[in-house]
Design a protein around this ligand. Sequence first.
Ligand SMILES: O=C[C@H](O)[C@H](O)[C@H](O)COP(=O)(O)O
Length: 214
Amino acid sequence: MTEGKRLAAEKAIEYVEDGMIVGVGTGSTVAYFIDALARIKDRIAGTVSSSVKSTEHLQSYGIDVLDLNETGPLSIYIDGADECDPNKFLIKGGGAALTREKILAEASEKFVCIIDPSKRVPVLGKFPLPIEVIPMAQSLVARAITKIGGDPRLREGVVTDNGNAILDVHGLQITDPLALEQSLNQIPGIVTVGLFARRPADIVIEGTEPPKVW
Ligand SMILES: O=C[C@H](O)[C@H](O)[C@H](O)COP(=O)(O)O
């Protein structure tokens, strides 16, 4: 699995062109990408980061981390996923960074998703769906999710970079990711749903030997 993450991350470097500002996701797969990016750091114009953790990792290599409000749209965003289906729809948020990740995916022309082969699934939902919620709405949101058949569990001891809580929703068979994303987005108190269907990945790199790109 670790090797799969590294292989996918190394391949993603081929999508980074000279002078680009690179959107950088979060997680153990992206950590390999940051290590690889450090080797070509003098060829890029900087990065925009999706989390405090990735920012610290990037800065440890002396890579510039810029403000999205200053950069404007990004050419490329590289990030991992917890699950990826054949339509390149994703579940993300296992590392609680989903909100800023969704913002960067939306801001980017090309979203390259890097996964080890275990993340590829026919139907999303085996991995509990992360949802970032405003703390005072935790119970309200949990009740709404229970009504649609999900089993929401508070991720204990986790506060997101935005000061919010995470509910992990178990027991959903996500056969229509787009519809579920849209309907959950209507519930007050939900900040971000960890379903990336409205804005899926454009390219998926699966860390096989050699890597599969689809
Ligand atoms: O919040 C975290 C992110 O969505 C990650 O990209 C996702 O959890 C995958 O992480 P990893 O590469 O560690 O499996």
